[in-house]
Design a protein around this ligand. Sequence first.
Ligand SMILES: [Zn+2]
Length: 68
Amino acid sequence: MPRYEYRCRECGTGFELSRPMAEANAPADCPEGHGDTVKLLSTVAVGGAAAAPAAPAGGGCCGGGCCG
Ligand SMILES: [Zn+2]
């Protein structure tokens, strides 16, 4: 089931919900109980909202075979 990001316009809380695509645009209540929320575009960068490149995880783990 896809996950969608929402943000509450009353308290600013961001939250995620897993719900069917058919309900992606249905109203979602914020965890604080507010109903004035907006759905965010999670994976698609629009306009100037550039996604930061994922930095490779450092550390010495993968040298020892513990990462598979
Ligand atoms: Zn809220």
